[in-house]
Write a protein that binds this ligand. Structure first.
Ligand SMILES: Nc1ncnc2c1ncn2[C@@H]1O[C@H](COP(=O)(O)OP(=O)(O)O)[C@@H](O)[C@H]1O
Ligand SMILES: [Mg+2]
Length: 241
């Protein structure tokens, strides 16, 4: 077995873990992006639960305010809930400036027993800041870039798995059209691994495409179903382009 420091954080979905090469890797910044309700938060919480089950802590930066103890208890249903919950440390920044402060100070509060950092989502407070201060667009974009750079650096230096979640809107959402490509480009630039979550005709089924993982690039995908206990493999796997 590899030393504990280098263990991947599994998603718990066999097929997804297989195509990820075992899960989310320490030292890597991974991006999970997709539209609303594509189980991005569920997937991130599931990784936090698996990390806790391995005995390690997660810092979960809940910038969306959508982390729920009830959902956590469902996802952790096969575990000792108290043990899992005490290993998931929540930060709840209220605006983009507070998010920056949490990210800036990561190195201070990430002790040795942390293996995972989740930021869910990195772009919601960024969007709110842009909407309120359109004249500061350049500066706000630069700050988003800086946060991603620091998260990538923290992942590498601390041998931590870092998961950044981002919500993309449909192209018809006109207010967003101008900023979306900038944010997406910034996030993808810094990410060592990229997972795209897409809805399917079956509303319980999500298609996950790995757009990048480590040095390998290509489009490998699998299907997952959203259940009460979280995301599970969905078969038969439909093969499409
Ligand atoms: N207990 C549950 N059982 C089944 N589905 C659930 C449960 N809780 C939440 N969901 C569903 O999971 C889906 C994805 O939720 P979420 O992970 O919050 O998505 P995202 O973060 O991408 O917006 C939602 O459509 C929601 O209805
Ligand atoms: Mg979410």
């Amino acid at each position: 077995m590899p030393p504990a420091t280098f263990q991947n954080i599994p998603t718990g979905c066999a097929k997804l873990d297989e195509i990820l090469g075992g899960g989310f890797s320490p030292g890597e910044l991974s991006l999970i992006y997709g539209e609303a309700e594509t189980a991005k938060t569920t997937l991130a919480m599931q990784c936090a639960v698996n990390c806790a089950a391995m005995g390690f802590k997660t810092l979960f930066v809940d910038s969306d305010g959508t982390f729920s103890a009830r959902r956590l208890s469902q996802i952790a249903m096969y575990h000792d809930f108290d043990k899992i919950a005490e290993r998931i440390i929540l930060a709840k920044p209220k605006d983009f400036r507070e998010q920056a402060m949490v990210i800036n100070r990561l190195a201070d509060y990430l002790t040795k027993d942390f293996r995972l950092v989740v930021v869910d989502t990195l772009t919601s407070l960024y969007r709110a800041e842009l909407a309120e201060n359109p004249e500061r667009t350049f500066e706000i974009n630069r700050e988003l870039n800086r946060q991603m750079a620091w998260l990538a650096q923290t992942a590498r230096a601390g041998k931590l798995a870092v998961i950044v979640v981002s919500q993309v809107r449909s192209v018809l959402d006109e207010a967003i059209v101008s900023v979306e490509p900038v944010a997406t480009r910034v996030l993808k630039f810094w990410a060592d691994a990229i997972l795209a979550m897409k809805p399917t005709e079956n509303e319980e089924v999500i298609k996950v495409s790995i757009e990048k993982k480590g040095r390998a690039t290509g489009f490998v995908s699998c299907y997952l179903r959203i259940e009460e206990r979280g995301l599970v493999d969905y078969y038969p796997q439909k093969i499409e382009g």
